[in-house]
Ligand binder design. Sequence first.
Ligand code: NDP
Length: 313
Amino acid sequence: MTRIPGVYLSRSIDLEAIFGETFARLAPDLDLRAPDRIEDPGAVRFAVCWEPADDAFLPYPALGMVASIAAGIDGIVAASSLPDVPVTRVRDPEQAKIMAGHVVWNVLWWHRRFRERLAHQAARRWERLSHHAPSTVTVGILGFGLMGRASAEALLALGFRVIGWARTTSGAIDGVRLETGAEGLERVVGEADFLVNLLPLTAQTRGLLSADLFARMPQGAVLIQVGRGAHLDEAALLAALETGPIGGASLDVFAVEPLPSDHPFWTHPKVLVTSHDAAEAGFETIVGSIAEDARRLVAGLPLLGAVPRDRGY
Ligand code: NDP
C-alpha cells in the first residue's frame, strides 16, 4: 500500500504527540510526520496545522491540501507562505454542544452571581442572592454558525431571550431574532445583557470588540469572549470594565496565548479567565475528517471540509 505523505506544521504545539496515535490507529494509509522526519519534502501532499510558522509551507511544493485541526482557519491563512490550495476545517456537532455548555456556564456564572457565592461560602455567610428571571435577560450571540446556534438552543431551553448577528440569515432558528449588517449589530449590542462572541476571525471581524462597540452596550452588560483574541481590543475592555458600561467578562481567547502571567486580566475582579479550552473537537472527528479529505485529494474528489478562501471561514 502506498501511503499518503503528510506533514504536521505548528509553531506552538506538538501535533504529532497529540494526534499521532489516533492517526496511526484510524488512518494507517496516511504517512504523517513532523518536518524533521520528512525524507522527501517534494512528495508531501497535505499538511495538518495549528498556528504554522510564517514560512512553514515553503519546503513542500506538492501540497494539495492544508487542514486545520480546529473550527477556525485564521492561524493558517495568516502564514504568508500558504500556497493556493484548499484549506479545510473541522466541523464537529459534539464540539458545538461542548461550546454550548461553556456559554451556558458562563452566562449562569454571572447571572447567578457565582463569584459572590464563593466568597460567601469562604466566609461561612448564609445569604440568599436575588437574580432576574431568564425571560427578562437578553443574550446576544455574534456569529450564528455551528457554535452560535448550539449555544442559542441551550440558552433558549433555559428560558433566556436570545438574539443573534451573522453575515446572512441562512442560520436562522425558531425563537431567535437574527440580525445582519452594521445596523443589526448595533441593535443586538444595544439590547444584550450578555454578549457572546462566536465569530470567526476574518478581515471583517478583526477588532470588532472595540471601545465603540462597548459604548453601545447596556450598563452592567457582560462580555463572553470565545471567538479569537484578535477580535478584542483588550485595553478598551479594561477601560469599559473600569468606567462602564461593562460589568463583567468571561475570556477564553487572548491576543497573546498563553496569557502572560503579568496580564491584568488574571487578577481583575470582574474577569473570569479560561485557557482557550472552551470547546475542542473530538480527536477521532478531527482525524477522521482530515483522513477522509486526504483520501479524496489523491482520488481527485472535492474536499468536504474546504473553506471558501475569499470568505475566510
Ligand atoms: P461557522 O463558520 O459555523 O459560523 C460562523 C458564523 O459567523 C456564521 O454565522 C457567519 O455568518 C458569521 N460571520 C462570519 N463573518 C461575519 C461577518 N463579517 N459579520 C457577521 N457575521 C459573520 O463557525 P463555528 O460556529 O464553527 O465557529 C465560530 C468561531 O468560534 C471559530 O471560527 C472560532 O473562532 C471560534 N471557536 C472557538 C473555540 C474555543 O475553544 N474558544 C472552539 C471553536 C470555535 P453566516 O451564517 O451568514 O455564514
